[in-house]
Design a protein around this ligand. Structure first.
Ligand SMILES: [Zn+2]
Length: 571
């Protein structure tokens, strides 16, 4: 006891004075202490001090133990009432497609006409000048069947070219000047009447402001440059926003800038110049025969692998989306006279043969599967490919998985398959009733069974699929963590949750976006938790997520983001 009383002031002196009491230990560059640390490491889930030297975490433990790491140039950061967590990694996103339309205002969160007006004014204020404005994310349900009108944009933006994509990517909203300079008037022919068309005044045939599907693509192409340098510029502009959201790594599931090769060229060049503030694990899309794709993957691996970037998996698609009745279900669409199950995008035989080729070359796969039929087919194909090749360890991920039959849940662990979920889709948002009207309300209520998958011992990761979404489009991991816990839209405590039996704890949600994503991309040795010897990817939150109401998690600020030992964001 006497010893303890004596040593307490010593701790205080050391921390304040910054002296290095043990010369054998090289001083750290950064020390976090004085608050809570959640590590995502099952061996040591919590700590109260962390030291970083160079790119690595060199100490995790009690405050006392960090004292020898304090040197004259060590920066000491007080966690206070915040929380230090491992860097947040999105397990399925699209950074070029997302950043291309990102203007720092989330239109998809505007769920009333009043909020939309505020969001549009914020977009105007974020884009001063007279140049064209391009963004994405407005919600269809705010407008009548004929969609939003040009006049509303004219009133806010003046006589300016404004092009705003809907959140689902199927419609575009144009200002009057955009229509006029795009040559769209009463006499302009629709590209594909009934499918790709402009909403029009029933008497005059004048366009009202909304183009459906491909209608107006030519206007976007004319005014919004979509070449490699445009993609690079918008991606670089977004990187600080990603860092401010605590995003330290992504699995990118489909990159085009505008080509896949150009996407890797951009990542590689920014990485080489030291400007890449998040790690990128990329895809190679299955757009050709399996042998050619496997070769392309190996070539990309040779040409584009660096400390911060590498191709991770071949991206396959098993099916489409429920809105187009292209998700492949185990029970028929309820609005189809019980006849239409949807169709897989590839036959089971071809998928099995292709995955066998990839596993034979030790290349991981990442499969888009929304319907229960697509999930089952993907598991069957992986099972057959594991048996044929004998390769039990090559990584496999099935992504999105809106609908999963209970019989298939134990197969994820048995087949060593990561379950990837766009967890903010699990809110009971307006898409719940829309999609429920095609697939059945019982199906949407039981969608996204992440609790059952975790309980079955499988690796479950979360990612936003930004900017794709049936409702909330976001890249912000804290919004996903909140939705995983509440099964509601972020910041909407009065909304009824979707099947709350499938909600997860705050700790499990953080682990899904740290450790489990690191497992998905094969980086658990170096990333995914705050553990000695791992790379220093860290996020300091201003509040302790374990101590605040769940519906405020989304609004928690990120005080500091560290990637590879380097501070990439600081409030
Ligand atoms: Zn995706």
């Amino acid at each position: 006891m006497r010893k303890l009383l004596v040593s307490l002031p010593l701790i205080a002196t050391s921390i304040l004075g910054g002296c290095n009491s043990e010369p054998n230990i090289e001083p750290a560059d950064l020390i976090f202490s004085g608050g809570a640390v959640f590590t995502s490491d099952p061996e040591q889930p919590t700590a109260s001090a962390v030291a970083v030297r160079g790119k690595h975490i060199v100490y995790v433990g009690e405050e006392r133990g960090v004292i020898p790491f304090i040197g004259v140039s060590t920066r000491q950061i007080n966690i206070q009432d915040g929380l230090l967590i491992s860097g947040l990694m999105d397990s399925h996103t699209h950074v070029f497609n997302g950043s291309f339309s990102d203007v720092g205002v989330n239109l998809s969160l505007a769920d009333t006409r009043e909020k939309l007006q505020v969001a549009l004014e914020a977009i105007r204020d974020a884009n001063p000048g007279t140049g064209p404005v391009y963004a994405r994310g407005w919600q269809n349900h705010l407008f009548p069947k004929t969609g939003p009108k040009a006049q509303q944009l004219d009133e806010i933006f003046g006589d300016r070219i404004v092009i705003l994509g809907s959140v689902d990517g199927h419609s575009r909203w144009f200002s009057s000047r955009a229509l006029r300079e795009g040559g769209v008037d009463a006499n302009y022919p629709d590209p594909h009447p009934g499918v790709s068309f402009f909403e029009r005044d029933s008497l005059t045939n004048e366009p009202l402001g909304t183009g459906r599907e491909k209608a107006g693509e030519h206007i976007t192409a004319k005014f919004i440059p979509g070449d490699k340098s445009a993609y690079q510029e918008r991606f670089v502009r977004w990187l600080p926003r990603a860092a401010a959201a605590g995003l330290t790594g992504v699995y990118d599931a489909w990159a085009a800038a505008p080509s896949e090769q150009e996407a890797y060229e951009i990542w590689h060049s920014i990485s080489e110049s030291g400007g890449l503030s998040l790690r990128v694990f990329g895809s190679v899309r299955e757009t050709d025969s399996a042998d050619l794709i496997a070769n392309r993957f190996k070539k990309f691996e040779q040409n584009f692998s660096s400390e911060m970037v590498r191709p991770e998996a071949i991206k396959l698609a098993a099916d489409g989306v429920p809105e187009g009745h292209t998700a492949f279900l185990l029970t028929p669409y309820v609005d189809s006279n019980n006849e239409d199950f949807g169709h897989p995008m590839i036959s089971k035989e071809d998928m099995t043969a292709n995955i066998t080729t990839y596993f034979g070359a030790d290349i991981p796969v990442h499969i888009h599967a929304i319907g229960g039929g697509a999930v089952r087919m993907s598991l069957d194909a992986i099972e057959a490919a594991r048996t044929t090749t004998g390769n039990e360890s090559v990584r496999a991920t099935i992504a999105h998985m809106d609908f999963v039959h209970p019989d298939d849940i134990p197969r994820f662990k048995a087949l060593n398959v990561t379950a990837q979920t766009s967890i903010q889709w699990a809110a009971r948002d307006p898409s719940y009733f829309n999609i429920g009207s095609f697939v059945g309300i019982d199906k949407v209520e039981n969608a996204y069974p992440v609790r059952s998958i975790m309980d079955a011992g499988a690796n479950q990761s979360f990612g936003a699929d930004w900017p794709a979404s049936a409702y909330l489009s976001t890249y912000k991991p804290l919004e996903l963590i909140e939705a995983a816990v509440t099964r509601r839209l972020p910041g909407e405590p009065s909304m009824p949750p979707r099947n709350p039996n499938q909600s997860v704890s705050v700790a499990e949600a953080i682990i899904a976006m740290t450790r489990n994503t690191a497992i998905q991309v094969g980086e658990l040795e170096s990333l995914g938790s705050i553990s000695e010897g791992k790379l220093a990817d860290l996020v300091l939150l201003e509040k302790n997520l374990f101590d605040i109401p769940a519906e405020t998690i989304n609004a928690t600020s990120v005080a500091m983001t560290v990637v590879n030992g380097r501070i990439v964001h600081e409030q």
